[in-house]
Design a protein around this ligand. Sequence first.
Ligand SMILES: CC(C)(COP(=O)(O)OP(=O)(O)OC[C@H]1O[C@@H](n2cnc3c(N)ncnc32)[C@H](O)[C@@H]1OP(=O)(O)O)[C@@H](O)C(=O)NCCC(=O)NCCS
Length: 270
Amino acid sequence: MPRDLLADKKTLEDMPPLSKEPAADSSGDPNPMPPLYQVPTSFVEDRFKRMTDLHPFASLLNQDDLDDCDWLEHVAFDENEAATREKIAYRLAVCGELCSGIFSSAYPTVSGPLSKLIKARKQFPSVDSADSDRKRILMGHIIATKFKGSKVVTDDAMAYPSDWKTNYQLGPSTGHHEDGETICLHSLCVHPDLGGKGLGGVLLRSWTQRMKDAGLGKRAALICRERYVKFYESAGFEKVGPSACQYGGGGWIDMVMEFDAVSHGDDVYP
Ligand SMILES: CC(C)(COP(=O)(O)OP(=O)(O)OC[C@H]1O[C@@H](n2cnc3c(N)ncnc32)[C@H](O)[C@@H]1OP(=O)(O)O)[C@@H](O)C(=O)NCCC(=O)NCCS
């Protein structure tokens, strides 16, 4: 049957003109429902709004990230607390799957906190006023290993075998133990220029969720200064008490998050 083009034209003429404004409510309801397309923005929590201009994305770390992690570790931590480049290299090499980075990217020529970081990096020697390449930038990282025989972080867990490059061991007495059930979070840091935007909290929560869901261990453990206890408690860790660790001069607090309420019982508190 031929299509009635005149009828189509009349239908179009009878329709209200298109407008960018929301359609007027014709129901007479004094409190009409907001249009559906506005609803999702109202679900963005305040803690995420603080980082919207950074467009962060998370990724596993590996040996290729050594320059980034070494740089960030030494910008964020005091010198006596920062892990050495060699120790970071060891951890990224033997258990990068336990380590997470939170990244963004930016053009060095566009003003903002990220381009400032890019320009401050020796890693990007080509940066000048004409550089139009977008750069990836590490904003925060978590570096971890697994340990067997303790539910809390120990000095042995924080150390690493000196011959790791030539003599790989699945279960050395220091450093990463492949069968360990305690995932030791050694380093969580965010670049100081980007602090207070929620990056540290998001990185920590996404990391603990990933460790738990992937079944990589039975618990996460860390040592921290007293001032960070609340920060870790808000992410689900529990304060155990003063740590026996003497790393960086001691004075640490043990924090633990059990992934399963049921105790599996072969590792022990000291
Ligand atoms: C700890 C650290 C990772 C937090 O990162 P961040 O991105 O600034 O943290 P967030 O913005 O997600 O803040 C999360 C909460 O922790 C609190 N917090 C952040 N830094 C803090 C600090 N130095 N002391 C006490 N509380 C702190 C904030 O008040 C915030 O609470 P809020 O959400 O109620 O405002 C960052 O300060 C850092 O890299 N510090 C240096 C390295 C370090 O000491 N790491 C901890 C090792 S134990």
